[in-house]
Design a binder for this molecule. Structure first.
Ligand code: ADP
Ligand code: MG
Length: 591
């Protein structure tokens, strides 16, 4: 057995870095928190190549005196807590004293810092945990910290990083979290020489939210506020139900000043909207929760993004109720919207499916395409079915089945039923359309660019900084879909033309969700082309609950069977099932 020995300091820091420093976004989180803890009024962040080449943060905080600079990089060295009692009621972001040594162990770090009124500041550089320079520097009050070549000495970590766009998006998202929670600070972010955020210090939260989300959303915000007898204060803003996003990213929860990620509380916010939001859609919100410091434990996660509440249930119900009261909408709206909600419809196919499993197979996944129904590969059962059909019902009779001259029926505003080749075909309008758009988008992105329909009026859409960053990086790809689009200032785009399949009534919503979904897919490391194609498919497609005309239904049927892979949507859900005369005979025990 090998001898047991103590790890070297550098190795310990490197191991600790695994917990605190996951990616550029987590480095930025730590640096930003340090600047805010140092009471900086303005934070100026520059990044290059998703932060993997450069992260530079300039603050005007109180700086570090020369004799303590080295200590700041020592493990478990902090100026923020002293004894155990402080741990019970933490009021700073940091307190574990691990971030700087951890970051320094996996990058090239350079820090210049000076305290107010000092004659001299200090500069220190550390490379892979080893100090390489320590010298006096000009006495500019505050701290400038530069992190280069993150993970240069931990190749495994470096490889683990997502695409530059993915990392950029994550770090912009992190920076935005603090831009919300600390709206009184001036905050600036430049990524690859492009200014993404430049917010002056704001007086009011609403002003900051307008900068972040744009005026249009800003004008649809509802203020919430409440304080309970046991000292809980909840305040902030939530969007009206008519504004929503395809993900939770814009639900900001701030607990005692700390942005936290708490799925349960996000759920509380979402559930306050009841069925005024379709399933899969989320509100935008900035909710400040001030709670007795002893009733929340922030020391459950090294990065402190997750916290634990003494009474989570109570908090959940308070938030839900408050949001509910705020977004209470006229009954008409909710009824109407309940009818549109995917939920009611989804229970239907599930029942059919489970019943089908207990009997003989009833609904088939079609094994052959319609056109090739006489193909020799057709399974024996299918052949028999078709033969039977041909014998018993002459082709003219198909006309008879089209009751009322209709060729297609829309069921529950979700499924389309039609007859062909002697069978009943049912398609799911959403998944089928997803498949069609997915293949069309892939074709546009890889082969021939899509055609564009001109808009009567240019449409200007304000974007979140995260989405704007993604847009700028991938504008060429987006254009290939058939968009005529260009950036408009730092936070908006102008759309002059859209792909032919876009519904003119909801271009803004579709585009926003499309971009949002695209960024989401990218941050999971997906290839940009696939990421974009599946987002188009998901967000530009017809939803369950939409009423379709005969022509639209016919179009869906025809185009679905022109697809290379017509029987599944890009996520693997079925698009179409069939039932034959033979199946009906079996069900009713005619044979
Ligand atoms: P923690 O934040 O948990 O104390 P860190 O490793 O992040 O640990 O930082 C160590 C110490 O370095 C902090 O306690 C603080 O005193 C000092 N420090 C770090 N960044 C700054 C900054 N931007 N301005 C002033 N002091 C800083
Ligand atoms: Mg810190």
């Amino acid at each position: 057995m090998a001898e047991i020995r103590k790890l070297s300091e550098i190795l310990i820091d490197k191991i600790a870095a695994g917990e605190v420093v996951e990616n550029p976004a987590s480095v930025i989180k730590e640096l930003v928190e340090n600047s805010l803890d140092a009471r900086a009024a303005s934070l100026d962040l520059t990044v290059e190549r998703g932060g993997s080449r450069l992260i530079k943060l300039v603050d005007d905080g109180y700086g570090i005196p020369p004799d303590q600079v080295r200590l700041a990089f020592a493990r478990h060295a902090t100026s923020k807590i002293e004894d155990e009692s402080d741990l019970q009621a933490i009021s700073s972001y940091g307190f574990r004293g691990e971030a700087l040594p951890a970051i320094a162990s996996v990058s090239m770090i350079d820090m210049t810092t000076a305290v107010e009124g000092a004659k001299e500041g200090t500069r220190i550089t550390i490379e892979g945990g080893k100090e390489t320079l320590f010298e006096p520097a000009p006495p500019r009050k505050g701290t400038v910290i530069t992190v280069r070549q993150l993970f240069f000495n931990t190749p495994a970590r470096r490889k683990f990083l997502k695409s530059e766009t993915g990392e950029t998006r994550k770090l912009v998202a992190v920076f935005c979290k603090y831009a919300v929670s600390r709206y009184r600070n001036a905050m600036k972010l430049v990524s690859d020489n492009k200014e993404i955020i430049n917010y002056p210090a704001d007086d009011k939260l609403i002003d900051r939210l307008k900068r972040l989300w744009g005026n249009k959303v800003g004008n649809h915000l509802i203020e919430i506020s409440k304080s309970t007898e046991n000292g809980l204060i909840i305040s902030g803003f939530v969007t009206r139900p008519e504004i929503s996003r395809g993900n939770r990213n814009q639900i900001h929860l701030i607990v005692n000043g700390r942005p936290v990620y708490d799925v349960s509380l996000m759920h509380a916010v979402r559930s306050g909207y009841g069925n005024t939001l379709d399933s899969g859609f989320f509100p935008m919100a900035a909710i400040f929760i001030d709670i007795d410091r002893s009733a929340v434990d922030v020391n459950v996660h090294p990065a402190k993004t997750e916290v634990r509440f003494a009474d989570e249930k109570y908090l959940y119900s308070q938030i839900k109720k408050l949001v509910e009261e705020a977004v209470q909408v006229p009954a008409l709206f909710s009824v109407n919207s309940a009818a549109r909600s995917g939920k009611d419809f989804h229970s239907m196919p599930k029942m059919t499916a489970s019943k089908a499993n207990t009997h003989q197979p009833v609904w088939h996944k079609p094994e052959t395409m319609i056109k090739s129904s006489h193909n020799n590969n057709t399974s024996a059962i299918d052949r028999k079915t078709e033969d039977n059909f041909e014998e018993q019902i002459p082709p003219e009779a198909e006309q008879e089945l089209n009751i009322g001259g209709k060729r297609f029926w829309q069921l529950y505003n979700t499924f389309i039923m039609g007859f062909r080749d002697g069978k009943i075909w049912m398609i799911d309008q959403h998944t089928a359309h997803e498949r069609i758009l997915y293949e069309a988008a892939l074709d546009n992105l890889c082969e021939r660019p899509g055609t564009s329909q001109c808009l009567l009026f240019d449409l200007t859409i304000e974007l979140d900084p995260e989405d704007m960053a993604v847009f700028e990086k991938h504008v060429k790809l987006i254009e290939r879909l058939g968009f005529e689009i260009e950036p408009f200032g730092k936070r908006a785009v102008i759309i002059r033309g859209v792909p032919g399949y876009f519904e003119s009534s909801s271009i803004e919503e579709i585009f926003r969700n499309l971009l949002n979904g695209f960024s989401d897919n990218l941050s999971t490391g997906e290839d940009p082309i696939m990421a974009l194609a599946s987002s188009v498919a998901c967000h530009a497609s017809i939803r369950a609950g939409e009423t379709l005309s005969q022509e639209q239904m016919q179009g869906l049927f025809n185009r679905l069977f022109e697809c290379q892979e017509p029987y599944q949507c890009p996520h693997g859900r079925p698009t179409v099932v069939t039932i034959s005369r033979d199946d009906l005979d079996k069900i009713f025990k005619r044979r």
